[in-house]
Design a protein around this ligand. Sequence first.
Ligand SMILES: Cc1cc2nc3c(=O)[nH]c(=O)nc-3n(C[C@H](O)[C@H](O)[C@H](O)COP(=O)(O)OP(=O)(O)OC[C@H]3O[C@@H](n4cnc5c(N)ncnc54)[C@H](O)[C@@H]3O)c2cc1C
Length: 452
Amino acid sequence: MLRMRYVNQALSGWGRFPVEACHVYRPTKRSEVSAILHSGAEPSYIPRGLGRSYGDAALNLKRGTILFTHLNRFLSFDPAAGILECEAGVSFAEIIHYLLPRGFFPPVTPGTKYATVGGAIAADIHGKNHHRDGSLANFVVGLRLLTPEGQLYECSANRNSEVFWATVGGMGLTGIILSAEIALHRVESAYLVVDYRKTRSLDETLAVMEESDAQHRYSVAWIDALARGRSVLMRADHAAASELPRHLTNPLAIPKRVGLRVPFDFPSLVLNRRTVRCFNRLYYALHRSERLLTDVERYFYPLDRIDHWNRAYGKRGFLQYQVALPLDGGREALQELVRCLADFGAAPGLAVLKRFGVGNAAPLGFPIQGYTLALDMPDSRDLVPFLHQLDQRVAYAGGRVYLAKDAVLRPETFARMYPRLDEFRSIKSRLDPHGRLSSSLARRLRIVDDTQ
Ligand SMILES: Cc1cc2nc3c(=O)[nH]c(=O)nc-3n(C[C@H](O)[C@H](O)[C@H](O)COP(=O)(O)OP(=O)(O)OC[C@H]3O[C@@H](n4cnc5c(N)ncnc54)[C@H](O)[C@@H]3O)c2cc1C
């Protein structure tokens, strides 16, 4: 049997906390993935895409970590139906590069284009259009899943549906997604018409979102968590070719821009309450309530323009805290979270609020109908105990923490937040009876036992 070698490598998620030594395998063919799984060389394995989850979801301390970045072939494309079939390592950046010029865009996209299709399905990502379109699972026409037992499942919402729903949002623990078919969204241009609206408080932001979100495909609010949650709301729709000015002769071309780069770790003092307050004031002041034409890169991926922007948080890294809160009581819980942040003296570098539409059948799915708040916070000595306190409030309000962003949640709180955990465990043990798929996150949250 083909024996694959690994490289011992220190890896982290995008938050750069934790950093762990993993045994990294780099298959270049799908057949090599099963050879790695069957070699029995490691106690367990976890697939990894581009490592854009923030915490330890794609880490496997001193165990196998299968990197998917070389399994990134486009397998077929049906332009009439807009269905792309590709290997799991294809990134959103590649889809946009090749298919936006032909008039297609990902139906759901995260705030970075440097995520893979496999990683996005495993986290069942949501975009700024969840209130309208739901999560990525709604557009996955089918996927091929390889289990550690060597079984290949073709699954979709109608075929092997239990396996499908456990895999979307299953954080790589049910099997390895080898390839998937995704229904893309047809667009006429690389631009969006963005309706900016400034608000003076969280209450006002929520009221405007409620009243007008349904009229727009996309909606997101940048929140100033240091100033009572005043915000800049950005609601948007893809622009028709006829809405573009004449000088844009190719409506499907993205304007070229010079990229920026954070060349080294900033000293951790750079992002503090005072600098964040200044940045927030400036950001708020620079925006007006107006309608503007903006290209997809600027609207969806503003941070991707700055290479290694995560270094701005310094060597210790940062934690992203993203929660979903139900409609019922969610507003009050959001207000309370913002108050707690202010009392704690937190200086979230970035705070973003969205509304979620209805959730789906995934047992570990994150979205629940209501709200989601995401905050980037520089790591500090007392941050983790503070987040544990917030976790309690979120669980009490019927909410949950997003696993793709998490690095510190405790197992008991996780079980309260995800009441269908046992159902997930039972499907996993059927697909992976010997517990050969595991990750640092799965052990920390006791989804699996800590020997795996
Ligand atoms: C700037 C930024 C903005 C973001 N915005 C959003 C957002 O708006 N909405 C949102 O939902 N998420 C968002 N994310 C999170 C990101 O979309 C998810 O973490 C996504 O999973 C990252 O994909 P990846 O390829 O980097 O996966 P990785 O981080 O490498 O892995 C994530 C999970 O997927 C599993 N996985 C990877 N490949 C496979 C495979 N082939 N088969 C099975 N499992 C696999 C891994 O085991 C792991 O559990 C954002 C992240 C960043 C850095």
